[in-house]
Design a protein around this ligand. Structure first.
Ligand SMILES: Cc1cc2nc3c(=O)[nH]c(=O)nc-3n(C[C@H](O)[C@H](O)[C@H](O)COP(=O)(O)OP(=O)(O)OC[C@H]3O[C@@H](n4cnc5c(N)ncnc54)[C@H](O)[C@@H]3O)c2cc1C
Length: 385
C-alpha cells in the first residue's frame, strides 16, 4: 500500500491529571536543581534531573514492570515528554536510551540485557549513544564500513563512528556494523551490537560543534572484542532493526518543540495587542504548530498499536524541523534582539538564547536524517520513486 495516514488517537483517560502532575514536578525540580529552560532536547545534560524523573516513573514508561518499566501507554508517555520539552527541562542524559535504545533492547535484546540494563535506564542512570554515522556514511547508512567479525566466542569490531552524540558520557553505544555481504539491496549483511564504551580498544575523541560545545565525538574501534550475546537481534537483520529505531527517533515532539522557548518569547514580546502583521505571523505559527502536534501524536498512536509508520515519521521530522526554523526567523524579524554568540540557549537574556539557537539551528534538520533523505523516504512511500 502507498500513501500515509495520520489517524487521531483517542487519548487514554487521566492524561489531563498526568499533565498537571508533570507540571508540578517540573516546578519543584526547577527550584531544587536550578535549571534554566531550553526546549531543545539536546541542550542540557543533568544526571540529577534524569534520576529524579526516573524515580517518578517517567522514564521507560511503556516497558513491562519486570524490566523497571511502568506499563503506561505511548500516549501517556507523549504527554510527559511534551511537558518536559515545553518546560525546557534538561532531558538530554536519558533521552536516547529512553526513546530508542531501551525499546530496541526490549524488542531484540537478550533476557539478561533486558533484566540488567532496562531497569538502570528507567532509573535515569544508564545512558546510550547512537552508532550509525561514519566518516563516509551519513545519509547513505547502508554503506557503513565498521566491521564485526566472528571470533571463537564472540565478535571483533573494527572501524570508526562519527558525530556520535554523548559517547563521552554514556555507558553504551548501539552500533550498526557490517557482518556480511551487502547483497543487491545493500541492506543485507548489517547487524547491531551493544558496545560497552569503556571496553579495551574503544577510543572516544571530542568534536566541538559550531556553538563551541562538546556533544559530538569520533569513536574509533580497534580490535574491540565483545561476547557473542552482544549481537542485538538476528545477524544480518540490522537494516530492518535500524529502520524501526529511526521511526522512533523521527516522530516525537522533540522534532517540533526545539525552539518552543523562543516561540513563547515571541508571544510575550508581542504583548496582548500585537500589530497586525505580527499577529498574523503568530497565528500562522500557532496553526502550524497545532497541525504538526496532531500529526506527531498520530504517529505515537500508531507506534502504540505496534505499527511502523516510517513515512509518517519522516513527514513529521521534515515539516517539524522546518517549523522550528521558521519560529526563529519570525522572532528575528519581529523583535529587535541581536543574537549574541557564546551564550547558552537557556541563558537569561533573549539575545543569548537566540544566539545559541541560531548556531544550533542548522543541526536540527540534519540530526536523525537530513530533510532531503526524509523526502526520498516519503517519495518512496507515496510510490513516486
Ligand atoms: C546535532 C547532531 C547530532 C548527531 N548525532 C548523531 C549520533 O548520535 N549518532 C550518529 O550516528 N549520527 C549522528 N549525527 C549524524 C547525522 O545523522 C548525519 O549528519 C546525517 O545523517 C547526515 O549525514 P552526513 O553528515 O554524512 O551528510 P551527507 O550524507 O554527506 O549529506 C550531505 C548533504 O547531501 C545531501 N544528500 C545526501 N544524500 C542525498 C541523496 N541521496 N539525495 C539528496 N540529497 C542527499 C544531504 O541531505 C546533505 O544536505 C548527528 C548529527 C547532528 C547534526
Amino acid at each position: 500500500m502507498t500513501g500515509f495516514d495520520f489517524p487521531p488517537p483517542a487519548m487514554p483517560p487521566g492524561t489531563d491529571a498526568l499533565r498537571a502532575e508533570v507540571r508540578a514536578f517540573l516546578a519543584d525540580s526547577q527550584e531544587a536543581l536550578g535549571w534554566r529552560p531550553d526546549s531543545d532536547f539536546g541542550s542540557d545534560w543533568s544526571a540529577a534531573f534524569s534520576c529524579a524523573l526516573g524515580a517518578r516513573g517517567w522514564i521507560g514508561m511503556c516497558w513491562p514492570r519486570r524490566y523497571g518499566g511502568h506499563e503506561r501507554s505511548a500516549l501517556e508517555r507523549y504527554v510527559v515528554i511534551e511537558e518536559l520539552l515545553a518546560a525546557g527541562a534538561p532531558v538530554y542524559a536519558h533521552w536516547v536510551a529512553d526513546r530508542q535504545s531501551g525499546p530496541l533492547l526490549l524488542r531484540f535484546g537478550t533476557e539478561e540485557q533486558r533484566q540488567t540494563i532496562l531497569p538502570r535506564i528507567a532509573a535515569g542512570e544508564c545512558y546510550f549513544a547512537i552508532g550509525m554515522s561514519e566518516p563516509d556514511s551519513g545519509s547513505d547508512l547502508a554503506s557503513v564500513r565498521t566491521r564485526a567479525e566472528r571470533t571463537a566466542d564472540g565478535w571483533r569490531i573494527n572501524g570508526t563512528k562519527v558525530w556520535t552524540s554523548n559517547a563521552h558520557r554514556s555507558q553504551y553505544m548501539i552500533a550498526l556494523c557490517r557482518t556480511g555481504p551487502a547483497g543487491e539491496s545493500r541492506h543485507e549483511g548489517l547487524s547491531q551490537f551493544l558496545i560497552d564504551l569503556e571496553a579495551d580498544g574503544v577510543k572516544v575523541s571530542p568534536i566541538v560543534n559550531l556553538a563551541g560545545k562538546h556533544d559530538f565525538n569520533e569513536c574509533v574501534f580497534e580490535d574491540v572484542v565483545i561476547p557473542a550475546d552482544r549481537l542485538i537481534g538476528q545477524e544480518g537483520d540490522g537494516w530492518r532493526q535500524v529502520t524501526g529505531e529511526l521511526a522512533l527517533e523521527r516522530s516525537g515532539p522533540e522534532r517540533i518543540l526545539s525552539t518552543f522557548h523562543l516561540f513563547a518569547a515571541l508571544v510575550e514580546a508581542a504583548g496582548p495587542e500585537p500589530e497586525p502583521r505580527l499577529a498574523e505571523a503568530i497565528g500562522r505559527l500557532t496553526a502550524e504548530f497545532y497541525a504538526l502536534r496532531a500529526m506527531s501524536l498520530a504517529v505515537a498512536g500508531q507506534l502504540e498499536k505496534g505499527e511502523l509508520p516510517e513515512v509518517e515519521a519522516a513527514i513529521v521530522k521534515d515539516m517539524g524541523t522546518r517549523f522550528e526554523a521558521e519560529v526563529v526567523e519570525t522572532l528575528r524579524r519581529a523583535v529587535p534582539a541581536e543574537p549574541v554568540a557564546g551564550g547558552s540557549a537557556n541563558a537569561p537574556s533573549l539575545e543569548a538564547a537566540l544566539g545559541a539557537t541560531v548556531l544550533g539551528l542548522p543541526s536540527f534538520t540534519l540530526r536523525g536524517g537530513t530533510n532531503e533523505v526524509l523526502r526520498s523516504i516519503i517519495a518512496r512511500g507515496l510510490g513516486v520513486r
